[in-house]
Design a protein around this ligand. Structure first.
Ligand SMILES: [Zn+2]
Ligand SMILES: [Zn+2]
Length: 559
């Protein structure tokens, strides 16, 4: 039908009404009046984020059980009209003369959809992406959603080693012949530990009535307890997740009466990744399984390669020691014993944020696999540093947010429309060629999330070819906004080429200084995850492949 000349938008959610009117006025010549063509927006007070869009010649109505679902319905309808919410700093707004849409309904493939990327945390943009990330900066009027109180590692917070270790070493993990304070976990069969943790979790819940999920989860390293009590249970159950689930279940039971709608979250991660044989998580427990060791260039389930860890000597999360365990087996086994299986996936290189991480083509396969195993929630962690991002981060956010809602989306057309609108038509084919160049080499090798710039998929030929495509994209682009974006993406290739230069290369230090100037101008604030920037630049000067990092201080900020 022809786009109505006069429209009346009404509804019981002011933010949704405001957004609908704002975008309709941007894409059409329509005016607004109470007597115009009715568009009715109705939200219930439930939780489901599904929505229905009913269209006929006399009216359009969008309905959802929840406010957030209604808002998603509004943005989805606008997308059907041709609008594209590409990034926090870009939207595509066509001129629309007709409405040729049939009635439809939509529901998300994953109930929880979180992109832990800085560019996806902008509240207004995150709701346009239909993300319900707990840490996005959304406001109450955008409709409330699932809230994690603390969604990560918490053992050190529950039983702080500095507070308890000297008086109660038995509260902490026993391994290598003694109770350990550093890079340790807690002894989960100790009843006093359970008592302290239960009381602390109850306090969290009483103090934070707007949150529904509370994390009781291991610290970000190995070091599970091997005392006689813990070991006996874990050995019988075939995994150190056994004592963890018994412990978490006990807390889940203790909070249930006072907080029947709350859940306890824990990780199946590193030494607890494998499910126990007979112990089953309670209904109010969320298991978040982490494929940190898995190869990222090949589809999950088709490559069992475990990436070699680094920092093996300090017991940390990047010191992968597991071999001969199939992630898919773990996924399957957890999916059989819980209805609340979440995944914490990794979608960038953390040792080198700027380094190309060319694996867009496996994302759809992986998300479909997670859906097949009944995964309820997806958190996809990326570069969450405070500054701007390179390595096509905004493209990744766009693609992943669409696939998180609907794993059947056509990833090729999503990538193409993003590239066209975000970098401009003159650059489109060159950018696509650059992506293809990087990705086709990466597919010939395994890829991990801590890979260094001497990785085989970053060979001279591939980097030079990718760089030529980006230079052509730059040469063809006149628009200043597009030009800045392409230059920022090119930093990724410049970085990889620069750090690979031998230390005795003529003028290498000046090249590094010039690179530092460029990243400053283009807003990049961090090169290695949570490591100080100036010291990172010095590290590039002092070591080929930026390998020598022990002098680069950590900055342990939390979002
Ligand atoms: Zn123990
Ligand atoms: Zn692989």
């Amino acid at each position: 039908m022809k786009f109505p000349k006069i429209i009346s938008v009404s509804g019981n959610m002011p933010y949704a009404v405001k957004e609908m009117k704002k975008y309709l006025s941007l894409i059409s010549e329509s005016e607004f009046s109470n007597t115009g063509f009715p568009i009715k927006l109705t939200a219930g007070d439930g939780l489901s984020e599904s929505f229905c869009v009913d269209i006929d010649n006399n009216s359009i109505s969008i309905n959802s059980e929840s406010q957030r679902g209604l808002l998603y319905g509004v943005y989805s309808f606008l997308e059907k009209l041709g609008v594209r919410f590409l990034a926090h700093d870009e939207e595509y707004l066509p001129k629309v003369n007709e409405i040729n849409i049939n009635s439809y309904s939509s529901m998300p493939d994953f109930a929880y959809r979180d992109l832990y990327w800085r560019g996806a945390l902008d509240g207004a943009f995150s709701v346009k992406c239909r993300l319900n990330s707990t840490r996005a900066y959304t406001t109450k009027d955008m409709g409330d959603t699932i809230r994690f109180y603390n969604y990560s590692h918490t053992f050190d917070e529950l039983i702080p080693p500095d507070e308890y270790f000297d008086s109660h070493p038995e509260y902490f993990s026993y391994f290598n012949g003694k109770r350990q304070k550093k890079h340790s976990q807690i002894c989960m069969t100790n009843p006093e530990v359970l008592n302290i943790c239960t009381n602390k979790v109850l306090k969290w819940m009483r103090d934070n009535p707007n949150h529904q999920i509370f994390s009781v989860a291991q610290n970000d390293w190995y070091g599970g307890c091997e005392c006689d009590n813990c070991k006996r249970i874990d050995e019988k159950e075939g995994s150190q997740s056994a004592t963890l689930i018994l412990f978490v279940n006990a807390i889940a039971d203790a909070i249930k009466e006072e907080f029947p709608n709350n859940k306890i979250h824990t990780f199946a991660y590193l030494h607890t990744r494998k499910a126990p044989k007979t112990i089953v998580p309670r209904d109010n427990v969320i298991i978040r399984l982490c494929p940190i060791e898995c190869c990222k260039s090949h589809p999950l389930g088709e490559c069992d390669y475990v990436i070699d860890g680094i920092n093996v000597e300090n017991n940390c999360a990047d010191a992968f020691k597991r071999t001969n365990y199939s992630f898919i087996t773990d996924l399957k086994e957890w999916s059989e014993i819980t209805n609340h299986l979440h995944i914490w996936d990794y979608t960038t290189n953390y040792s080198n944020y700027l380094q190309p991480f060319p694996n867009l083509s496996v994302q759809k396969h992986n998300l479909k696999l997670y859906k097949k195993y009944g995964v309820e929630g997806m958190l996809m962690q990326g570069n969450y540093s405070p500054g701007k991002t390179s390595a096509f981060a905004n493209l990744r956010i766009y693609l992943l947010s669409k696939l998180l809602w609907d794993t059947e989306e056509d990833e090729r057309s999503l990538i193409e429309e993003f590239v066209e609108h975000y970098y401009g038509m003159p650059a489109k084919e060159h950018i696509l060629s650059c992506l293809k160049t990087l990705e086709s080499t990466a597919q010939k090798h395994h890829m991990g999330i801590f890979d260094m710039p001497n990785s085989p998929y970053l060979d001279e030929y591939t980097l030079n070819k990718a760089d030529i495509h980006l230079k052509l994209a730059i040469d063809n682009t006149r628009d200043e906004k597009h030009l800045t974006r392409i230059k920022r993406e090119r930093l990724s290739i410049i970085y990889a080429k620069l750090v690979r230069l031998p230390l005795d290369t003529l003028d290498r230090d000046n090249l590094v200084d010039n690179f530092a100037k460029q990243i400053d101008e283009l807003g990049i604030k961090e090169l290695f995850e949570r490591r100080e920037l100036n010291a990172s630049i010095e590290c590039i000067k002092n070591s080929q492949y930026a390998l020598n990092r022990h002098n680069v201080p950590y900055e342990f900020y939390r979002l």
